[in-house]
Design a binder for this molecule. Structure first.
Ligand code: GLU
Length: 474
């Protein structure tokens, strides 16, 4: 079967994070692929928190993962399932496997197991517990023991992976997996199979670091007489240098990307392209991704993170984003940088957004480019600009200020025309006016063109800043 074969029943996918840290972009992409595939087939996307490892699982990590998923806009169609709460059901299935002869009780102590394993390794054999073929006595049954899955050894296990193709494992080389620990705790591979089965999961899309688990899990499905899901193991994300993504490549957690000023829709667009392709399409909406998403489009080679591409995708989504939303986002950045909000700030920020949104690659840049509207009067004009505001040049700026004072319609087009008329009248090039006015209006000379800067600041603030600057150089 190839992945282009339409699924027969309703599609159910799941994202199954272990809550041991924040949501990484690799996990975010896995969640996204599962979400897209479910949406594409009008199916269900579920979330299961794999918290069976009690030592490593934390409440904080559960929250961080849910926060990451919400930020990405990937909401499950049902309440998340917590794996640990299903331990009773997992034990029930262990009993079922024991009853069917597909599992056995192993009474070896940890030390004995270690010694036998070492000996098997030295001889190049696969470790087998002698209890695989030994009937426990009634006395034995009272002793602590683990339960192992009795794998069939005769035939290879073959998984028709929707991404990796047909993959086979020699069962003789796999050992008999512990499915229940001596403390009664079910182990990972068993829990995953039982939960995926009970949740009706039809497609398991996850990182290819789980490919070997697919072999073990398939054998458990077969032993239980349950049909296997379609597996799709996606290559992990690599850093720009081609090495496995790690701390030295920079941000790994989804929340770090949020803090760097990427929009969630841009992140979805970019992550969808990371390892999956629809022709040469780079910029696409959720609707398009849902209409196109297909397991056939997932590549076999690891995708490389490319920050320039991400910036390009983000710039695209910033251009398309609603101005009020961007103003709010920029304000949040300013506040996080210590800005103290004053009357008029929000209005000025909102007016500035349309003038800068075409140039910002991140929300942080959007904040940088709107910083000029939030400065408090009187501004400190950068040193080099001071001569432009004094002497003859200063007088000219004074004349412009007087003219603007009388100017009523403070919109960008009218201001543009007015500035043009002014330089014509003065018979100077715009270069004799622009830098000086910009320095007066912004302090540091960073802003959109003058008409837009004036429009964003608003009449009163703009005239006030011009007055201040001319005062300063008198
Ligand atoms: N809990 C596993 C992980 O976080 C995923 C297991 C699975 O998807 O089957 O790596």
């Amino acid at each position: 079967m190839t992945s282009s074969t339409p699924p027969s029943g309703p599609v159910v996918t799941r994202f199954a994070p272990s809550p041991t840290g924040s949501l990484h972009i690799g996990g975010g992409r896995t969640a996204l692929f599962n979400w897209l595939f479910a949406r594409r087939h009008n199916g269900k996307f579920l979330v299961r928190v794999e918290d069976t490892d009690r030592e490593r699982s934390t409440e904080a990590a559960v929250k961080a993962i849910f926060d990451g998923l919400s930020w990405l806009g990937l909401f499950p169609d049902e309440e998340p399932v917590f794996q640990f709460s299903r331990a009773g059901r997992h034990r029930e299935v262990v009993d079922q496997l024991l009853a069917g002869g597909h599992a056995y009780r192993d009474f070896l102590s940890a030390e004995e197991t270690g010694a036998l394993r070492d000996a098997a390794k030295a001889e190049g054999r696969t470790f087998e517990s002698p209890w695989r073929d030994r009937e426990p006595s009634v006395d034995d049954l009272m002793k602590p023991h683990t339960v192992r899955f009795r794998r069939p050894r005769e035939a290879p296990v073959v998984v028709a992976d929707a991404v990796q193709g047909e993959v086979r494992w020699d069962t003789a080389a796999l050992d008999d997996l512990v499915i229940l620990r001596s403390d009664g705790a079910p182990t990972y591979n068993l829990a995953v199979v039982v939960d995926d089965h009970d949740m009706g999961v039809t497609h398991v899309i996850r990182g290819d670091d789980h490919l070997n688990n697919a072999a073990r899990q398939s054998l458990i499905y077969d032993a239980l007489g349950w049909s296997r899901p379609t597996f799709a193991h996606i290559p992990l994300i690599h850093g720009p240098d081609g090495a496995k993504l790690s701390k030295r490549h920079g941000a790994q957690a989804v929340h770090e990307y949020a803090a760097m000023g990427y929009l969630p829709e841009a992140m979805r667009n970019y992550l969808a392209r990371l390892g999956w392709a629809h022709g040469d399409d780079e910029l696409f909406s959720d609707e398009q991704a849902i209409a196109w998403f297909d397991l056939d489009g997932i590549g076999k080679a690891p995708a490389r993170l490319d920050f320039d591409k991400l910036a390009h995708v983000n710039a695209h989504w910033i251009r398309l984003a609603d101005d009020d939303r961007l103003a709010k986002a920029a304000l949040d950045v300013h506040l996080s940088r210590g800005h103290v909000l004053a009357e008029g700030d929000e209005a000025r920020l909102t007016r500035a957004i349309p003038f800068v949104k075409d140039r910002a690659k991140t929300l942080l840049e959007l904040a940088d480019q709107t910083a000029f509207v939030l400065r408090r009067r009187p501004l400190v004009v950068y040193d080099k600009a001071l001569p432009m505001l004094a002497g003859e040049s200063g007088e000219r700026i004074g004349r412009l200020r007087d003219r603007l004072r009388l100017f009523e319609s403070w919109d960008v087009f009218a201001l543009e025309a007015e500035l043009k008329a002014f330089v014509e009248e003065e018979a100077v090039g715009f270069g004799k006016v622009g830098p000086a006015v910009r320095a007066a209006l912004t302090g540091d000379g960073v802003s959109p063109d003058i008409a837009r800067t004036l429009a964003a600041l608003g009449r009163e603030e703009a005239l006030g800043r011009l007055d201040d600057a001319l005062q300063q150089t008198k």
